[in-house]
Design a protein around this ligand. Sequence first.
Ligand SMILES: *Cc1c(COP(=O)(O)O)cnc(C)c1O
Length: 372
Amino acid sequence: MIPLVNLKKQYLSIKNEIDNAINDVIDETAFISGKYAKLFEEEFSKKVGVRNCISTANGTDSLYIIMKSLGIGQGDEVITVANSWISSSETISQTGAKPVFVDIESDFFSIDSNKIEEKINKKTRALIIVHLHGQSCNMSEICQIAKKYNILIIEDCAQAHLTKFKNSFVGTFGIAGSFSFYPGKNLGAFGDAGCIITNDDNFAKKCRMFANHGSLVKHNHIIEGINSRMDGINANILKVKLKYLSDWTKKRVKNSLTYKTNLSNIEGVILPRTRPDTEHTFHIFQIEVNKNRDNLLNYLLSNDIQVTLHYPTPLPFLKCYSRYNYKRSDFPVAFEKSKKILSLPMCPELCESDIIKITGLIKKFNEKNRYS
Ligand SMILES: *Cc1c(COP(=O)(O)O)cnc(C)c1O
């Protein structure tokens, strides 16, 4: 079987270091936030060149904490993108605000910046943009729009660790960036974990307070908050893995090139494009298949290749949003693309022979489909 991500192989490659990191935390019983979370926060801030990092329990909470700390709630609208994981929109509803979706660009699958302005009104407070697949959104245009209408940018970087737009790391363009360290993410913990980054010291304090029951000093609750902290074991595991992240990212990029070489000039298969002036970190390697996508999906699965869809249903068309009665024609690009996309296995541990096997099967499927 070729898995979508090979967490076992990654663990075995650094087993001693990870096991020692876990044992250190147990020896000191520094289980919740504390010393090891602080050390990881310092290392992560340094890595992406930002003043503050606030560790949290997961990437979904990070988005919620950011919005609550901005005072977003009932009566507000927050714009986000039609093609993402549910966290990007459910957290908006959870604050009491209304999620307003924008269709995607057909080239890069990110929020279409040409369609943002028509969704802005007096209630619009913020824009949650998502750097999907490891690909940066068009930050020049998005920053311009946000400035023109005086709305805040929140960057969902759950899939974009070390992704760059014009030499700056994503997560540093808006008021704050939120990261997920879900195990399958480019930097993954051994459980749920996340963080928030921001260059605004005052805002960082607000987020830290909200994530810690509304207090910075024990028993001194300034506001009501939530319990969303990183545990020490995961913090220390992430600190070890962070040292390897640049190398692992290079391997992802190398694997993307091997895929592209082996899949070039196949009729009906469109390869992922990288936006000019950006560094794509390939959290996901997604192709587009013009015909018979579901048959190819099943063919690969039956050959033990773990492929999947990101995402089978665009957010506005999920049952949980049926109250808004959206039509296909409201988000035509996201709708059309959801029928064509296919995510192939992608991780640093994937080797060339795996990729050749996968692309060989795709070619074989394509030949059969052409002549039968
Ligand atoms: C994974 C993910 C999240 C949520 O992160 P969790 O740590 O699982 O809560 C949010 N947004 C996007 C785009 C994601 O891929």
